[in-house]
Design a protein around this ligand. Structure first.
Ligand SMILES: *[C@@H]1O[C@H](CO)[C@@H](O)[C@H](O)[C@H]1NC(C)=O
Ligand SMILES: *[C@@H]1O[C@H](CO)[C@@H](O)[C@H](O)[C@H]1NC(C)=O
Ligand SMILES: [Zn+2]
Length: 483
């Protein structure tokens, strides 16, 4: 049995042990944390042991602005996505040990040539410090533990230097929102979105108001003074900044609980515009059917890898919304190829809050510290021998100069291209007689080729798309032809 608080404690401790680089500045910046935790049978007692194998932080997502057909940019730096990619690095290294005959604590050979399966009793738990953005964040206000708090999916809003423009754009967004006056006391996640560009501290707020303010501009939910009891319980939902995918139904945007449609695919916001990256709710749901190992590693595995539990830290949370978003939407998928199955994770919430959450940053904020804002960097740490730590900003290695942006030194170890190259190294070092079949026979060159050759994975993806997510945007093939 998994203890949600034990998982959260372990992940926060692991985060504390990381070096300072890329971490938020206490009281001013906040971030999101996610991790993959390996659970394995204890040596002596019957208690299971847990170990963080990959951890990620990050809040940002970049969009289609600069096309990169080279696979060298990290588009989606939400913590959940960083944690999964780091986990792929970890799995790759364990497979390396296994195929090299060095023995892996994780994998043992299966009966099929070139395929591996998990050691007995090993499982994986996914931890996230916050409710994933997108569908799971559409939370009825009465379900929420802490009304008035932020939702996780924040767009990159230009901060500093562009105060006036921000005020303008936030007015525009306000104007598009019907009935905002009536609901001004309720926690509106879209408001959280616009507030990123402005101060969240009432003291700061007054000190640098220069642009015109709409007379009806909604009050921010004031956390310190309002208690949940005093606030009238008008039915409403917490909102997500993630917009519905193009080509399908849109949110009705009615006041109160009818603002969003539940259950839909959503794309992450980025610099004010939607991106092509799906929300973390959608990605978690997908991992529940296809596994979290991805198409490339599926070549080497007997079965897809699934999370046995998903643990969320203390934050606004609804068990119902979470179940709907992460499990129920896919629970009727049928005709999955062998190696794929629907094993729903147990959903749990911890009572322990991440010390660098948005809520904590607000509480610890002191006047004069500058506005509370999301940390721009994303940290990845995973348990591998070479370069376990990978800190990025804007999709590239943190701190690289503009000049070096197109050089290998600027690449994150987590970008598609680097993961692909690690995979090719794995293939090269595998003895040809113990290569999985598709990798022995076919003429494969590009990233696209290797992914397509992972046939059962592609079939499972087809089923998921046809049956559940026909609107899931497909990445343009021309962007996946790198080698
Ligand atoms: C990722 O970013 C690249 C370049 O910045 C862009 O070409 C691509 O469309 C983006 N992909 C997604 C899924 O948003
Ligand atoms: C990394 O994994 C090894 C086993 O492969 C383990 O002995 C070690 O304790 C792990 N390191 C951390 C920091 O968890
Ligand atoms: Zn997210």
């Amino acid at each position: 049995m998994i203890d949600a608080d034990e998982v959260a404690k372990l992940c926060y401790k692991c985060f504390n042990q990381l070096p300072k680089r890329g971490k938020p500045e206490a009281g001013r910046e906040w971030t999101l944390l996610a991790a993959v935790v390996k659970v394995h049978p204890g040596r002596s007692s019957d208690a299971a042991e847990m170990e963080v194998v990959s951890m990620g932080t990050g809040t940002k997502c970049i969009g289609q602005a600069a096309m990169s057909p080279r696979g060298d940019v990290l588009n989606d730096s939400h913590a959940e996505v960083i944690a999964r990619r780091g986990c792929v690095r970890y799995l790759m290294e364990e497979l390396h040990k296994a195929v090299g005959g060095r023995g892996s604590a994780l994998f043992r050979p299966s009966d099929r040539r070139g395929r591996w399966k998990l050691q007995p009793g090993v499982s994986f738990v996914f931890f996230t410090s916050h409710t994933p953005c997108g569908d799971a964040s559409i939370i009825p206000v009465t379900d929420s533990l802490q009304p008035g708090q932020a939702q996780p999916c924040h767009p990159v809003t230009p901060v500093d230097s562009r105060g006036e423009t921000d005020a303008g754009s936030s007015l525009k967004r306000k104007a598009e929102e019907p009935n905002e006056g009536r609901n001004s006391k309720l926690p509106h996640l879209e408001e959280q979105e616009t507030k990123d560009g402005g101060s969240e501290n009432p003291d700061d707020r007054n000190s640098h108001v220069s642009g015109p303010k709409a007379p009806h501009e909604a009050e921010p939910p004031s956390l310190q003074t309002d208690s949940a009891e005093e606030r009238p319980q008008i039915p409403d939902v917490l909102r997500t900044g993630a917009k519905c995918v193009p080509g399908g139904p849109a949110d009705p945007r009615l006041s109160g609980p009818g603002y969003h449609s539940a259950g839909l695919l959503r794309v992450k916001p980025g610099r004010g515009e939607p991106t092509m990256s799906l929300s973390c709710s959608d990605k978690l749901c997908r991992w529940g059917v296809l596994g979290f190992q991805g198409a490339l590693l599926s070549h080497y595995l007997e079965e897809a890898l699934y999370f046995s539990a998903v643990v969320v830290g203390k934050c606004p949370y609804s068990a119902r919304a979470m179940r709907r978003a992460v499990i129920d939407r896919c629970s009727h998928v049928s005709e999955l190829p062998s190696g794929f199955s629907l094993c729903s994770p147990v959903l749990l919430q911890s009572s322990l809050e991440f010390p660098f959450s948005q809520n904590q940053a607000r509480l610890q904020h002191r006047p004069g510290q500058g506005r509370v804002s999301p940390c721009g960097a994303a940290i990845s740490w995973c348990n591998v021998t070479e370069q376990p730590l990978d800190v990025t900003a804007n999709g590239f290695k943190h701190g690289v100069t503009k000049k070096a942006l197109n050089t290998p030194a600027a690449r994150s170890r987590l970008c598609k291209l680097e993961l692909f190259h690690s995979f090719l190294t794995l293939v090269k070092t595998t003895d040809p007689s113990s290569l999985p079949d598709p990798l022995r026979t076919a003429e494969l060159k590009t990233y696209w080729d290797y992914k397509q050759a992972s046939q059962p994975y592609q079939q499972a993806w087809q089923q998921l798309c046809c049956q559940v997510f026909p609107l899931w945007p497909r990445t343009d093939r021309s962007l996946l032809l790198f080698q």
